[in-house]
Design a binder for this molecule. Structure first.
Ligand SMILES: Nc1ncnc2c1ncn2[C@@H]1O[C@H](COP(=O)(O)OP(=O)(O)OP(=O)(O)O)[C@@H](O)[C@H]1O
Length: 304
């Protein structure tokens, strides 16, 4: 379990993380979401002791990372897949990590197999593609068989096969009872992977919710309606229903089922050419939620 309480980080003028409080529970993948510059990486670095907090605390299993006697056995992290000596082979990179953390060398073989790098274990990491470096970074995170895993943008730069692989790995790690925290700036990635969501913007907590509740609260269904008498049909709909005119013969209706719209049109003799329910994407809901944070960022950036 990861517990973040009142965590803040200031870099000079910039308050990168502002009084954050949230928990990452075992048995779940928690998606850590926020627009670029929201403070995700800074928060993750503080959780794994790579950055000191300006105030507040971040603990893993009840202790700060720096107080862990064997950190790799408590928390595995993928923060910067480039952080590997390019001249070292994948095998020796992992072996050195294992030796430094009192982890038996048999684990090196096990994690190489787990991430599918067995065949290239004797190759220098400097020759690896981005996807292979991600896999090596994940192998290092898994080395100590830790109950807590932290991944910063693990899907960045991966091909579709790599993305599917990482998603299923995260799901499996959570199913084994581990607490998994994974950051991204893309809602679409999280929708398929996370059980719980922590959303931040400008360093502050915006939402801390189960994925199920987030979907229920934000994924409104709308109905696309095409009719040669669209404007007349619009006049027949109750004022309590939200209607957008998409073109002279098309409406988008929120707040009524397709069947209800069809029945209303039929009762009034209005011909329909299309009647199609569609789901508003969670990406849109996420963007609406973080809009203020993004605007603040771009204002700040343009005023530099
Ligand atoms: N070492 C640093 N020195 C000064 N400012 C920093 C430093 N690290 C981060 N920042 C600033 O802190 C803020 C948060 O950055 P951070 O990298 O944590 O955001 P992020 O949510 O991970 O963004 P992204 O999705 O782009 O990776 C940004 O305004 C960034 O410029």
């Amino acid at each position: 379990m990861i517990e973040v309480r009142g965590l803040s980080k200031r870099y000079g003028e910039v308050l990168a993380v502002d009084n954050l409080t949230f928990a990452v529970r075992p048995g779940e993948v928690t998606g850590f979401l926020g627009p670029n510059g929201a403070g995700k990486s800074t928060t993750l670095r503080m959780i794994v002791g790579l950055d000191a907090a300006s105030s507040g605390t971040a603990t893993v299993g009840g202790r700060p990372y720096v107080a862990q006697p064997t950190p790799l056995k408590e928390v595995g992290a993928l923060l910067d897949p480039g952080a590997v000596l390019p001249g070292r082979t994948a095998y020796h990179h992992l072996l050195a990590l294992a030796a430094g953390n009192g982890i038996p060398s048999s684990r090196v073989k096990a994690v190489l197999a787990e991430v599918g790098l067995e065949n290239v274990r004797r190759r220098r990491a400097g020759t690896f593609s981005l996807g292979m470096r991600q896999r090596l970074g994940i192998a290092a995170a898994l080395l100590g068989d830790p109950p807590v895993l932290v991944f910063d943008e693990p899907l960045n730069g991966l091909d579709p096969e790599g993305i599917v692989w990482i998603r299923s790995l995260m799901r499996r790690m959570a199913a084994e009872g581990r607490a998994v925290l994974m950051s991204s700036h893309l809602m679409s990635e999280m929708e398929l992977t996370a059980d719980h969501l922590v959303v931040i913007g400008r360093g502050r907590l915006i939402a801390d919710t189960s994925m199920k509740d987030f979907i229920e609260a934000h994924s409104e269904r709308e109905v696309f309606v095409r009719s040669p008498r669209a404007e007349e049909l619009r006049g027949m709909l109750s004022t309590a229903v939200e209607v957008r005119t998409e073109s002279s013969d098309a409406l988008v209706v929120t707040g009524l089922e397709a069947a209800e719209i069809g029945a209303l049109a039929s009762a009034n003799g209005v011909e329909l050419h299309e009647l199609a329910p569609r789901q508003v994407s969670l990406e849109k809901a996420f963007m609406a939620l973080t809009r203020d944070a993004v605007e603040y960022q771009s204002e700040k950036e343009t005023s530099r």
